[in-house]
Each structure stands twice: as structure tokens, then as C-alpha cells.
Design a protein around this ligand. Structure first.
Ligand code: HEM
Length: 480
């Protein structure tokens, strides 16, 4: 009965949306008929396999075409050069608040708060976007990771089986190695393990929060995930001032309290959940994919191991010498392998809303008119897998990015672009590098099947780095 009611309500909701559909887009841009169905438009194709959808449509319609999800039209701008012009044009804005409301339950009071946006931006510049701000966070990450490995090894020693092979899933292993050290380094010792189950639950269904169901329907269909999100939001106020809290975290709390007159306490906690997810949701799969691609490539593994041994001091697990950002910078092959992995698996779907009537001159000479309220979008896969930008784009070449500044490699945009570009990208690179270096330094691995490349969770493609559809078994042991 309940299910029948839900289905009926869903159908009515779809029809209302469809009937309200208002297509005001520039008629010179073709509507992509491929994979479009009555009423829902491209929604099902988008949810099923968006990589296939965009690559197929672009074969037929080129770099600029329109798609529809229910009543919402998107003008797809797949050329990297044209998209760069979009993100530089202030008429096209990223509506971060809309996403945050839908995914993290943040209230709409943030709309138009340019004072808050400016303070957040300043905070990111101070702590996440410059070397001296990052140094204590990177150092703490390295210490925490070494501590974690040391503790894991101590447990094995107590049981007398340090040299035995241990079975795990590679994704599970990547999660274990990154989750706690990253959180303690960025925030402080909040007892992150207490929030681990809720993080996992929320993270595996994260992409469903973006489907435009009415709230009552979403909270029924995703009731466990809604509860997990609420528990995460309740978690942070309990650990406001954790031991070893980072300067970044303290400054962030102070910034929140400077805005207390209008910012509800519940939103402070929700913002914390949002940052917590942003710091881990893509980085854990990035470690999984990087380790997978490096371990299956004998030339990559030998070059990178030699490089790590040359540039990073052989600190014993109970030693206290830190690896510095400069030493990590010297590991250029490792950096290139990480960028190459992210190119293959970090194919984001980026959107912008037109906030006033505007026009865009495409590189092919066409001029496209946009009206206020129209949506534009770009899919990173269109250039990450394009031969125009990358030779043999479907292959992993660990040295492809050697000595290149990833931010300025044409066609490479896994962290977004313009004002809303990921502020955590420098820390992400440092922590992924330090994590892989430590895992390769202290442990050895066997992957049962290195020939088959796991498929990415299709529903998650477009939201950063999609994890694999299922974990892959590995065995590992500590090097003697
Ligand atoms: C490989 C790892 C990561 C990837 C691929 C990634 C990717 C992204 C992308 C695509 C966006 C949206 C950008 C846009 O729409 O223009 C974003 C936003 C964001 N990321 Fe990351 N990210 C990663 C790691 C991190 C880390 C480690 C942190 C924290 C230290 C972080 C913090 C954030 C924040 C706070 C935002 C929202 C920025 C805003 O409100 O404008 N990310 N990230």
C-alpha cells in the first residue's frame, strides 16, 4: 500500500514537473535525441551511465548540445576551452548553496551571504592553499599515518604473526589508512572512529541525495542515510574542541562564531559534516585507484619505490622524524602517477547557472545566447578521454604528467574550476602522496587479478572520484 502510494505520488510529481517544463534555450543548439525518453528526458540515461550518455551524444552532436532531466534543460559545453570561458564569466555561477541544502541539510540562510563566502575563501587561502598553512596539517597527517601503521603492526607482533600475509579488500584498506589520519590532521582527535559507520553509510548513498525527489519521499526512500546524516550532524557539537585540534579547525570555529547572529547552530554542524565528507569522499577512492594502477605496472612500481627511497628518509615506525612537503614534492614520478590516476577516474560533471542574460562565443565561432536561470554543464570525461589532449587516453601512463603543473595541463580539470575550484586539492595531493609512499615503504602486496580493471560505480561518476562497484581482494604484509 505504502509503495503503491509512493509510486503514484512519484508519477504525479513527474507529470507536474514535466508540464511545468519551460524550454527557453537558444534554438541554434541542438537537443540531443540520443538516450532521451518521453517525460523524463535524459534522466534515466544520466542515472544509469552518464559517461556513456555524454560520450555518445558528443559523437553525434559535437561539443555543444542540450539535454533535459524532467523539466530542467542543460546546455552541455564539452569543449575544455569553451568551459574555461564559462567558469571565468561572472554571469555563470555555481550554486553551492543549492547543493549544500540538498545533500547536507544546510538551510537557505546562506544564499547571497557574500560576507560569509569571503571569510571562508580567506580561511582556505590561509590554511589549505599555501605551503606554510599546509605544513602543520601535512606533518600531522604523516605522524598520524605512521602511528596507525605502528599500532596495527604492534597488534600483529603480540599475536606473533608479523610476517604473515593479511587478507583485505583494497578499498577497505585504503579507507582504513586514510580515514583517521586525515580527519585528525585536518580537524583534531575527534574520535573519528565513532563517526565511521555513519560516514560509510552516508558516503555509499551520497549521490542519491542529489536526485530531486520531494523531501518527504527522499526521507522515506533514504531513511537510514537520513538518520546517518543526522547522527553526523549531532557528532560535531560533542567534540567542538578536540585534543590536538588544528589551527585551521580553530580558525574555522571562530569564523562560524563571528557569523553567529544569523547562522543557526544546526548549520555549523552541517557545514562540518559537509567539510568532513568533502575531505574524504574523493580521497579514499583516489588512494584505491592510485594503488591499484601503480601495483599493476611493474615499471611504475620500481621507479616510484626507488624515488621514495631516495627522497623520503627511512624513518622507523617508532621514529619521530617527519616527511616534509619539500621531500614529498621531490617525488615527481609518484605525483605524476597520482595525476594520471585522477585523470582516468576523476571525471566530474560541473554545472553553472546563468544569473543574468549573457552570451558565449564558442571556439567554433558560434555565439550562444543564455537567459537568466538557464543551466550549463561540462563533463570532465570529454577531455580526460580525448585524444586531442592525451595520447592513448584510455591507457595509464604513470609518467604522463612528469614535471608538469597539473593545474595548467590543458583538458585536465578533476578539481573543478574558477571560483569554486576544490580548495582542498593541494592537501589532497600531499596526503595521497604521503599515504602511498608510506604504504609502499612499509608493506608489500599481492593483488589476485591485476588484468581486470574494476568498473567504477556508475551512479557516482560525475561527483568526483567514483569508487569501484565492488572491492577487490588483496593480501599484504609488513616488509621485514
Ligand atoms: C582527490 C581528492 C579530491 C577531489 C577529486 C576533489 C574534487 C572536488 C570538486 C570537483 C569540487 C567541486 C568544485 C566545483 O564545482 O568547481 C570540490 C569541492 C570542495 N572540496 Fe574537494 N576534492 C578532493 C579532496 C578534497 C580535500 C582533501 C578537501 C579538504 C581538505 C576538499 C575540500 C573541498 C571543499 C570544502 C569543497 C567545496 C568548495 C566550495 O564550497 O566552493 N576536497 N572538490
Amino acid at each position: 500500500m505504502l509503495i503503491a502510494g509512493l509510486i503514484l505520488a512519484g508519477i504525479i510529481f513527474l507529470l507536474i514537473h514535466f508540464l511545468r517544463s519551460d524550454d527557453t534555450g537558444d534554438s541554434s543548439i541542438p537537443y540531443a535525441k540520443c538516450a532521451s525518453y518521453p517525460i523524463v528526458g535524459h534522466l534515466f540515461s544520466f542515472l544509469r551511465d552518464r559517461r556513456k550518455l555524454f560520450l555518445e551524444c558528443s559523437k553525434q552532436y559535437g561539443d555543444c548540445f542540450r539535454i533535459r532531466m524532467f523539466n530542467q534543460y542543460f546546455t552541455m559545453i564539452l569543449s575544455h576551452t569553451d568551459w574555461t570561458n564559462v567558469v571565468r564569466n561572472s554571469a555563470f555561477q555555481f550554486s553551492a548553496t543549492d547543493f549544500a541544502v540538498q545533500i547536507f541539510d544546510i538551510s537557505r540562510v546562506f544564499h547571497g551571504r557574500s560576507d560569509y563566502d569571503a571569510d571562508t575563501h580567506r580561511l582556505y587561502i590561509q590554511h589549505l592553499k599555501n605551503r606554510e598553512g599546509l605544513r602543520p596539517i601535512v606533518t600531522q597527517f604523516v605522524r598520524q599515518m605512521r602511528e596507525l601503521i605502528k599500532n596495527d603492526k604492534t597488534i600483529l607482533e603480540k599475536n606473533g604473526n608479523t610476517s604473515e600475509w593479511i587478507s583485505s579488500g583494497l578499498l577497505e584498506f585504503s579507507h582504513h589508512m586514510l580515514y583517521q589520519p586525515s580527519t585528525v590532521a585536518l580537524i583534531g582527535d575527534t574520535n573519528p572512529l565513532d563517526a565511521e559507520d555513519d560516514f560509510r553509510l552516508f558516503d555509499t548513498k551520497f549521490h542519491y541525495f542529489l536526485i530531486p525527489f520531494p523531501r518527504w519521499m527522499a526521507s522515506l526512500l533514504l531513511s537510514r542515510e537520513f538518520q546517518a546524516r543526522s547522527r553526523l550532524n549531532e557528532f560535531w557539537p560533542k567534540t567542538l574542541d578536540p585534543p590536538g585540534s588544528s589551527q585551521f579547525h580553530r580558525d574555522r570555529l571562530e569564523m562560524f562564531s563571528n557569523h553567529s547572529q544569523w547562522m543557526p547552530d544546526k548549520d555549523k554542524a552541517a557545514l562540518q559534516t559537509a567539510f568532513f565528507w568533502a575531505s574524504l569522499g574523493n580521497t579514499i577512492p583516489a588512494v584505491f585507484w592510485s594503488l591499484f594502477y601503480i601495483l599493476r605496472d611493474p615499471k611504475a612500481i620500481s621507479t616510484i619505490t626507488e624515488e621514495i627511497n631516495t627522497h623520503l628518509p627511512a624513518v622507523p615506525l617508532d621514529g619521530d622524524e617527519d616527511w616534509t612537503p619539500e621531500q614529498l614534492d621531490a617525488c615527481v614520478y609518484l605525483e605524476s602517477a597520482i595525476n594520471e590516476t585522477i585523470r582516468l577516474v576523476g571525471t566530474i560533471f560541473m554545472t553553472r547557472k546563468c544569473i543574468r542574460d549573457a552570451q558565449l562565443i564558442l571556439q567554433d565561432g558560434r555565439t550562444v545566447q543564455f537567459k537568466e536561470g538557464e543551466n550549463l554543464a561540462w563533463f570532465a570525461g570529454a577531455s580526460h578521454y580525448s585524444e586531442k589532449f592525451f595520447v592513448k587516453p584510455n591507457e595509464f601512463h604513470f609518467d604522463r604528467f612528469l614535471n608538469k603543473k597539473a593545474d595548467s595541463v590543458p583538458g585536465f580539470m578533476p578539481f573543478g574550476g574558477g571560483k569554486s575550484i576544490c580548495p582542498g586539492r593541494f592537501f589532497a595531493k600531499f596526503e595521497i602522496k604521503a599515504c602511498l609512499a608510506m604504504l609502499l615503504r612499509y608493506m608489500e602486496y599481492q593483488i589476485q587479478d591485476t588484468q581486470t580493471i574494476p568498473t567504477q560505480m556508475k551512479a557516482r561518476i560525475g561527483f568526483g572520484i567514483a569508487p569501484p562497484t565492488k572491492d577487490i581482494p588483496i593480501i599484504y604484509r609488513y616488509k621485514s
